[in-house]
Every structure is written in C-alpha cells, then in structure tokens.
Design a protein around this ligand. Structure first.
Ligand SMILES: Cc1cc2nc3c(=O)[nH]c(=O)nc-3n(C[C@H](O)[C@H](O)[C@H](O)COP(=O)(O)OP(=O)(O)OC[C@H]3O[C@@H](n4cnc5c(N)ncnc54)[C@H](O)[C@@H]3O)c2cc1C
Length: 431
C-alpha cells in the first residue's frame, strides 16, 4: 500500500526508509526443491545481483540464494552515495597494491559510477537517481586541507573534482557548518533499495534465478562439485560465489574474520516541504571529514536524512533521534523542531587497509568482501569482475588481485572498541 503524498509503503518488517519508499520487490520466490546449476551465488545485494546479471548475460546458468529478501543487507540500508574511488587517497592505494595493480584498481573504481548509472539507464531502474555529484564536506580547517590535497591528487589523475570554498559549500548544502568541500561531479545519489531491487530484476530478466528466504546453511565440496544445503532444498553447482559481505554468517570458516563489522545509523524526518528548499537544492548527498563520519541528504519526497557511525540507541531509537534533532538544529536552525519518520542501522565491513578484497577460498569458490562503506560502486564492479573470472578472464585481468583468505586476527577486538568510541562521540555531540 503506497501513500502517494509521502511515497511511503507501510511495511512491518522494513529494514530502512528505502525499503518503504522503493518500488516493488522483484518476483523472486523461495527455493522449492533441490536443483542443479552452473554457478550458485549466495547473497542478494549488489555483489550477488551484479554477478548474476553479468553471468546471465554471458549465457551462464546461475541462481542467487538470499536468506531474507533482496537488499536485506547493506544494499537496502545505505546512504545512497554513488561515489567513485574509495576512502583511501590514491597514493595510499599505490603503497598497498603497488603501481600496476593500483592503476588498474583506481581506473575501474574511477569509472564505477558510470557503470552504475548506465545500468540504471539500461534497465530503467526506478531509484530516485540524480547525478549532480556528491560533496565531501570539511568539518574543520584541517579537514579542508585534507580535501585540497585530495583534490590536487585527483586532478593529477585527470578527475574533474572541484574544491568548494566555505561560501560555496554553504550555498550548496544550506548550512554554515562546513569549512568548504570537495564536489565530485561524476558521483550521484540514489535510493539504494531501489537500485538493489532493480539490479535483481535485471538479473532475472537476463535469465538468472533468484530465491529469497533461502539461507545457505552448509557448503561442501563433493568431487568437483559444490553442494549447498539450504533451509529449503539442496543446490548442486560447479562454482560458488559468496556475496554476504558484512552480513556473512558462519557458512565458510573464517570468512567473518576477514573484516570488522561496524554499524552506521540513519534517521529520516517526515517530508519537510518548502521550508527545506534551501537545503541541498541540487540534491547532492554529503559526508564529512570528521573521524566519526556524519552524513546528510534528502530524498525525493523532501525528507532530511542524517546519519553517523554506530548502532541505534535507546528505546525506539530515542537517543539517536535526540542526537539527530541536535545536529539538525545546529545545521539548519530555521527548521525548528522536526518530526522523525523512521531510523535504522546497518553493518559495514571494514578491512585493516581499507581496501576491498576478492578471495579465492577454494577451487571454484570465490568471494568479494570488505567494501569499507563504498559498496554501491564496489559491489557492482566486483560482481562484474567475479563474472569475468567465471567466464574465463585470467586473475591478472580483473580489477583486484585475487588472494586467499586474509584474516584480521584482531577484528574481534576492533569491533567493541569502535562501537564504544561511536557511542561516546554521539553522547558528546548530544550535550
Ligand atoms: C548504513 C550504511 C550506509 C552506507 N552508505 C553507503 C553509501 O552511501 N555509498 C556506498 O557506496 N556504500 C555505502 N554503504 C556500503 C554498502 O551498502 C555495502 O558495501 C553494500 O551494500 C554491500 O553489498 P553486498 O551485496 O556485497 O552485501 P549486502 O548488501 O550486505 O548483501 C549481503 C546479503 O547476503 C545475504 N546472506 C548472508 N549470508 C547468507 C547465507 N548464508 N545464505 C543466503 N544469503 C545470505 C544477506 O541476507 C544479505 O542480503 C553503506 C552501508 C551501510 C550499512
């Protein structure tokens, strides 16, 4: 049921605002029986659906197993920023990967928004897509210096980014809070669940099968085949891709130790109407240079959505909403007290060097993981790369080196430390 004015579907089990405002879910049903396929893909987020789409388009028989529903993980909960590149400045990527690998990776990631927006165009995906850039905003003068260094480096690499003065940032964002910003015109903003559903629908149309509410429970290699026991039936496949990312369970031993899961929450106001016209008039989304990142954007119905790192706190997210009210009051005092529609959080997979990974876990078993909060582009192009690998490309041709599983042995220590810091920060920002 859709309320036309607010764009809101009433959905009891919604995982985010986007789950309630994105167009209808693709026609996928639980697995009914035991089946045989060439490639089985576990996880119905961007990575899983992109792998399935590109394999199906290459004529490969494949199916996706999703434990819950399409976009249940990060893909249906994120901030919707379609950014090129990754968090790390390019020179740091070179240090970690070496010149040659870094150039290939940065080239693919630099072009990744084009890949996302051309899929949106090609499959007519209804996901509130706007392409007026995103703004990395400076929370301090040191933050502005960091952004101007980044701008120099990106320009050297031929990217058309623009450093914004404090006044320009104020005009574009509608607040005096920032010291300036870096506008990346290649980037854009989407309804993330709309894109997740559209990508899954595109994979279905190309011939892939998708089974929701079907959790892979056990993965075994039997001869040269893989057998996946699910809660619904058994899948036998020649090759398997795990696209569970931060939502991985214990399906493959040690995979959850490849990254640290951290949370990011968002709070959405009710549609604000014309009083908010001065806020983000060009519909960019914004994140800042603060150590505990802050994000702000609007949706197409005029809701303001603010977010930061950590879990929702308090009964019915009351503490988080209190924090949100404070932040909105500081940034946009002309709004007065706002009413909130909903709040949610999701998990991000953080790797120690902030780079994503493509792992070969066993013969015929691959995964892409650790997108460090940059999964719209990374998940889409990693899915493409996995499909290339499975259709005969050599490991040296794809966007990232393919490695064995690399565990972060202190991930279990990092998680409570990070979450504790985020909590303390939110408390400090609320007083
Ligand atoms: C709050 C938040 C804000 C973010 N903001 C941005 C942003 O603005 N821009 C950006 O680019 N990225 C952002 N990200 C990161 C981005 O959302 C993720 O990197 C991306 O969605 C990962 O996609 P994925 O397909 O790899 O994994 P997911 O979307 O997490 O999907 C994994 C799926 O696997 C399923 N699964 C797991 N185990 C099993 C199993 N055993 N059997 C069957 N299914 C299984 C899960 O149910 C889940 O649906 C954000 C993330 C969060 C949480």
């Amino acid at each position: 049921m859709m309320n036309e004015t607010l764009g809101l579907k009433s959905e009891k089990d919604a995982v985010s605002l986007w789950d309630m405002t994105a167009p209808t879910e693709p026609q996928a049903a639980p697995l009914q029986d035991s089946v045989v396929t060439d490639v089985a893909i576990i996880g119905g987020g961007y990575t899983g659906s992109s792998t399935a789409l590109h394999l199906a388009e290459a004529g490969i028989d494949c199916l996706v197993l999703e434990a819950e529903k399409i976009g249940y993980g990060g893909s249906g909960r994120n901030c919707g920023m379609v950014n090129p590149g990754i968090w790390l400045p390019p020179q740091d990527v070179r240090t970690v990967l070496g010149e040659q690998e870094a150039d290939r990776f940065l080239g693919v990631m630099g072009d990744a928004p084009n890949v996302v927006f051309s899929l949106i165009d090609r499959f007519n995906i209804d996901c509130e897509a706007t392409r007026n850039g995103t703004i990395h905003a400076a929370h301090s003068s040191a933050g502005f210096k960091e952004l101007s260094d980044r701008a120099d480096e990106w320009k050297r690499l031929g990217r058309n980014v623009r450093l914004l003065s404090a006044e320009e940032a104020q005009e574009k964002i509608g607040t005096q809070r920032f010291y300036g910003g870096l506008l990346d015109p290649q980037a854009g903003t989407i309804n993330p669940m709309g894109y997740a559903r559209g990508l899954a629908q595109a994979a279905l149309s190309a011939g892939a099968k998708i089974h929701t509410e079907t959790r892979a429970l056990k993965l075994s290699q039997i001869g040269d085949k893989w057998q996946i026991e699910t809660n619904r039936g058994v899948v036998t496949a020649n090759r398997v891709v795990i696209g569970g990312n931060a939502y991985n369970d214990d399906l493959w031993p040690g995979l959850k130790r490849a990254y640290t899961p951290i949370h990011f929450y968002q709070v959405a106001t009710k549609p604000l109407g014309s009083i908010a016209d001065k806020i983000l008039p060009e519909a960019q989304s914004v994140w800042d240079t603060g150590m505990v990142m802050f994000s702000v954007r609007k949706d197409q119905f005029g809701r303001l959505i603010v977010g930061s790192m950590g879990k929702l706190a308090g009964k019915d997210a009351s503490q988080t909403k209190y924090w949100a009210q404070k932040q909105i009051g500081k940034m946009f005092p002309f709004l007065g007290k706002v009413e909130f529609e909903t709040a949610w959080h999701g998990k991000i997979a953080l790797t120690p060097d902030h780079l994503p990974r493509i792992h070969s876990l066993a013969p015929g078993l691959f995964t892409a993981v650790g997108f460090n909060g940059r999964g719209i582009t990374t998940g889409t192009v990693c899915g493409q790369a996995l499909a290339q690998l499975l259709t005969g490309a050599s490991e040296s041709e794809i966007m990232l080196p393919v490695t064995g599983l690399r565990k972060d042995n202190i991930a279990f220590l990092r998680e409570p430390v990070y979450e504790g810091c985020f909590k303390a920060w939110r408390y400090y920002k609320s007083i």
